[in-house]
Design a protein around this ligand. Structure first.
Ligand code: CP3
Length: 340
């Protein structure tokens, strides 16, 4: 049995067509998700492997997708470190991290004790989905985790995090290092459970200058990847709003670089050369446009990929307002597109 198309494409092999999956494909745009969610809290869903499995499978019942991302959240592995949190709807941290003592108190458990329900759900997902569909694991990049941990909740520019980096550089380095170890261990457990591709979400990469990103965030990403070296899993690095960071975010040793709609595929390809696998980059808001507009935008994106190496995706997570038929339109275009 050959490996899933998505895994082969992520490795840069030449493939029969471009693979397609959607960030946040398991989520609120689906009525069947909202149905499950009406009976359980978000954290309860993440903590119950059967529920996480069900919600991960929901998009696969409707759409011909090449990947199945496990349902969880970037913040859940931190529960194993004793971090108290809630979702309203984004993460809210009970006691934000602000000092060296706070960082020192953060305990990083062993590989077998991080995100246990999610790891179990991955094991069940690999059993449940067609072998042609890749199981995708994920984690938050250390910077994006730190953004919520220090700020205490989502924000526009995470100025409490930035102030922490400048005021407490030693504590910040220790925090990034601990988060890298946590994430490396968590992803190793996901791979052992059956994840064939793993994505690190650096959703808030864009809040830092290149110098600050290079000093704090990049070494931690590289550390995560180095902890996965022996697994040979396909590694995707997604960095949002990272135009000013391109040389840095494309040098993390991931085999795939994911980016949003702010950059064009042509622009990124010109910078990274012909071999790096790219992932993206339809604006998720484009999926709320009328069908002819969405079709034209999908075709324009496909034309820019020139047949790859590329994985079709949105440039950020699907929005709750996304019409279900829009995914059919994108998938239909990807599956029928002929490259000349
Ligand atoms: O992609 C998938 O389908 C898998 C599930 C997934 C969730 N969160 C489920 C979720 C993934 C991959 C994530 C990652 C995540 N979580 C990121 C990185 C990607 C990104 O969007 O930038 C970030 C920054 C978070 C933090 C987070 N969790 C936010 C900001 C929110 C609230 C707003 C929102 O975008 O949904 C959450 C809650 C959350 N995570 C929900 C879901 C389905 C909504 C919870 C609910 O049903 O109330």
């Amino acid at each position: 049995m050959s490996e899933p198309l998505l895994v082969r494409a992520a490795r840069g092999e030449s493939v029969e067509r471009l693979p397609v999956w959607f960030m946040r494909q398991a989520g609120r745009f689906l009525p069947e998700y909202r149905e499950v969610r009406s009976k359980h809290s978000f954290l309860e869903m993440c903590a119950t492997p059967e529920l996480a499995l069900e919600v991960s499978l929901q998009p696969l019942r409707r759409f011909e997708l090449d990947g199945s991302i496990i349902f969880s959240d970037i913040m859940t592995p931190l529960l194993a470190c004793g971090v108290e949190m809630d979702f309203a709807p984004g993460p809210v941290i009970a006691k934000p991290i602000r000092t060296m003592a706070d960082v020192q108190a953060l305990e990083i458990p062993d590989e077998g004790h991080i995100g246990v329900p999610t790891v179990q759900a991955i094991r069940m997902l690999r059993q449940a989905v067609d072998p042609k569909v890749a199981v995708i694991g994920f984690a938050g990049a250390p910077l994006t985790l730190a953004a919520y941990l220090v700020e205490g909740r989502g924000g526009k520019d995470f100025s409490a995090l930035r102030a922490f980096l400048y005021a407490e550089p030693e504590a910040a380095h220790l925090l990034f290092n601990k988060l890298a170890v946590l994430t490396g261990r968590y992803l190793r457990a996901q791979v052992a459970a059956g994840a064939q591709m793993v994505q690190l979400f650096d959703s808030w990469a864009g809040i830092l200058s290149a110098d600050t990103y290079r000093t704090f965030a990049l070494p931690a990403v590289k550390k995560v990847w180095s902890m996965l070296e022996s697994t040979h899993v396909s590694k995707v690095f997604f960095a949002q709003a990272s135009a000013h960071l391109l040389p840095l975010v494309t040098s993390t040793e991931a085999c795939v670089f994911g980016f949003d709609w702010r950059l064009s595929i042509d622009e990124v390809r010109a910078q990274v050369g012909p071999n790096m696998v790219l992932q993206g980059n339809l604006d998720p808001a484009m999926l709320r446009a009328p069908e002819p507009v969405l079709r034209a935008a999908t075709r324009a994106m496909l034309k820019q990929t020139r047949g790859g190496p590329h994985i079709v995706n949105v440039g950020h997570g699907l929005q709750p307002e996304t019409p279900i038929d829009s995914l059919h339109v994108v998938i239909d275009e990807v599956r029928s597109h002929v490259f000349f």
